[in-house]
Design a protein around this ligand. Structure first.
Ligand code: MG
Length: 231
């Protein structure tokens, strides 16, 4: 059985800044701080870490209580933002790849994302692909991306009803953090240059395969389902 674990932002979809706008709004509402996320690194990090960095930088205690308040307000705002016609979009090739994978009896796929679960599904729903996913690992399952992987693997094994070999698992994401999280657990990694990093950066980060985007379904599926780490 082959398993494909997919990142959300800038791998499957672009939420066009809806997440950042909703986080900024939440922190302004709760703590009266404007542009709290300016200069905070987003790509490849979990929502909890992102909020923790922003609060700490602004001298606000990053307590569990404060993180939970930001999370609730963020989800409320994200839902409102996305239902108001925000220009989210599914990235090229994603629907065709998900369709192909869902038809394969020897493959399954799930999510591994730094989004809080509810936020991930709000974004995926706004792009019309939320119904494709049956399991995943989210910001609630770990503070760093590396910590999300075991939860994704155990969810996949429960869903597939089999034990997975690490060599049969691919992590697909758009940042060096995605690549590092897969490598940390001995998994294969495909990096996609639809986010802030180019193919060269992602190859330098050690990705087993790096592609400009997911639009070439035959190429991408050939890598993910084939025997070789490179085309
Ligand atoms: Mg991403």
């Amino acid at each position: 059985m082959r398993l494909v674990l997919l990142d959300v932002d800038m791998t499957l979809i672009s939420a066009a800044g809806a997440g950042i706008a909703s986080l900024e709004g939440a922190v302004l509402e709760l703590f009266g701080v404007e542009r709290a996320f300016e200069g905070v690194e987003f790509a490849g990090r979990t929502d909890s870490m992102i909020v923790e960095s922003a609060l700490t930088a602004k001298g606000i205690e990053a307590s569990d209580g404060n993180l939970s308040r930001v999370r609730s307000e963020y989800i409320r705002r994200l839902s409102r933002t996305l239902s108001g016609g925000w220009p989210v979009r599914v990235l090229d090739g994603v629907p065709a790849l998900l369709e192909l994978l869902s038809q394969r009896k020897d493959a399954c796929f799930g999510l591994v994302t730094g989004n809080w679960k509810e936020g991930a599904f709000l974004k995926l729903a706004a792009c019309g692909i939320d119904g494709c996913f049956r399991f995943g690992s989210f910001a609630e399952s770990g503070r760093t991306r590396n910590e999300l992987i075991p939860h994704a693997l155990s969810g996949a094994e429960r869903f597939c009803g089999c034990t997975l070999d690490p060599g049969d698992v691919w992590v697909v994401g758009d940042t060096p953090h995605d690549v590092a999280s897969g490598k940390a657990w001995g998994l294969r990694t495909m990096a996609v240059a639809t986010g802030p990093y180019g193919v060269g950066d992602l190859e330098a980060a050690g990705a087993d395969a790096a592609v400009p985007d997911l639009s070439d379904t035959d190429l991408v599926a050939g890598i993910l389902l084939g025997r070789q780490g490179r085309p």
